[in-house]
Design a binder for this molecule. Structure first.
Ligand SMILES: C=C(O[C@@H]1C=C(C(=O)O)C=C[C@H]1O)C(=O)O
Length: 356
């Protein structure tokens, strides 16, 4: 008799569970509709005042046996789950997101393709200092089998009294040398009005860490017909990094590569902390090529090779490293640029690792 009563009650609970599930599902679908309305109106997803009002109304109608506090907690849990749903949906709608585009974005630079699984080595001086300096590096890179060279012409330096770069003249040097050796080039642009000119001299525009949040520059890069290498900001979260890339794609330019360059932490043993975990996360969440800059992230030549190997093992599409004929006299980043011999050794170690 008792057993029958228990079964009956549990049967009723099963029915109630199904009713709750169907109500929760209907609620979640309504929340998604609210999310797309919010998206159109550009208003934030989280609305604490609305949540507070709903909790007050619910508690006012509560007749027990649950306490008011329990009712608050249960519904707050539902609100939180609804909010996460809105945020996940939002992320999946991004143009950079893997759920929008399953296939990897591939960047073609001459015969070099980035993003297909075969990693690329990008090397070159921190700053373009002179024609001879760039030519010496380019000749060595060519001999080592490197096809893409970096070199900074516009240098956003921490101090206004530090070398600011050769500007347009630097881009001209890059072009002249790259043409001679059949290399492709990457250089940073800091001013939206320089993007058009840059297109005539270089193959990839870099947006540097300090400018990752410069939205006007991101928009101008998004309007340009040239691949963009976007560096992660000094203190940018992965989410902010992804949204910075979205700025570029949202304007039509889909040729975007991401580069992890270390983040600010309390650690002083390295210049920045190389966030290796960003590599697989960016690969999972976006379809863009992901590179790792071992120079700026670590600032330590002695660990470039293990860090580059770690990056490749984590799925990076390429490595960027700085090389200078005479690092000791370099006008920027003197301590952390490799000599040509050091670069050749470094590249050999990476090639032998089986990861490249
Ligand atoms: C659904 C909304 O978005 C969020 C989720 C809520 C909910 O689950 O009821 C309430 C407020 C917001 O934090 C909304 O604003 O109505």
């Amino acid at each position: 008799m008792h057993v029958m009563r228990l079964d009956e009650l549990r049967g009723r609970i099963d029915e109630i569970n199904l009713e709750l599930l169907s109500l929760l599902t209907e609620r979640a679908q309504t929340v998604q509709e609210i999310a797309s309305e919010k998206e159109k109106q550009g208003v934030p997803k989280f609305d604490p005042l609305r949540e507070k009002k709903m909790l007050e109304d619910l508690v006012a109608r509560n007749t027990g046996p649950f306490t008011d506090e329990t009712i608050r907690q249960l519904f707050k849990q539902i609100f939180q789950a609804s909010l996460s749903l809105q945020l996940i949906d939002h992320k999946q709608q991004l143009l950079v997101s893997r759920s929008k585009q399953k296939a990897n974005t591939v960047i073609q630079l001459g015969s070099t393709v980035i993003g297909t699984g075969k990693p690329v080595m990008i090397a070159g001086p921190c700053s373009v200092e002179s024609y001879e300096q760039v030519r010496t590096v380019a000749a060595a890179l060519k001999a080592a089998g490197v096809t893409v060279m970096r070199g900074g012409a516009f240098k956003p330096r921490t101090s206004p009294y530090d070398f600011q770069g050769l500007g347009l003249e630097g881009l001209q040097i890059l072009k002249e040398v790259a043409d001679e050796f059949g290399l492709r080039t990457i250089s940073e642009i800091v001013d939206p009005s320089h993007i058009e000119i840059a297109d005539q001299y270089i193959d990839v525009i870099q947006i540097g860490a300090r400018n990752m949040h410069n939205f006007e520059l991101l928009k101008a890069a998004g309007d340009a017909p040239i691949p963009i290498l976007l560096k992660r900001g000094l203190s940018a979260t992965i989410d902010e990094f992804i949204h910075a890339a979205e700025y570029i794609l949202s304007r039509g330019n889909t040729q975007v590569m991401l580069i992890e360059r270390g983040i600010r932490t309390y650690e002083k043993a390295t210049r920045n902390t190389l966030d290796i975990s960003a590599v697989p996360i960016l690969k999972q969440e976006t379809h863009l090529p992901v590179l790792v800059d071992v120079t700026h992230s670590t600032g330590r030549k002695d660990i470039f090779a293990p860090c580059a190997k770690a990056a490749l093992a984590a799925g990076a599409d390429g490595i960027m490293v700085e090389v200078h004929p005479t690092p000791a006299t370099a006008l920027s980043d003197a301590a952390q640029q490799l000599t040509i011999d050091e670069f050749n050794t470094f590249f050999e170690v990476i090639r032998q690792s089986g990861l490249f």
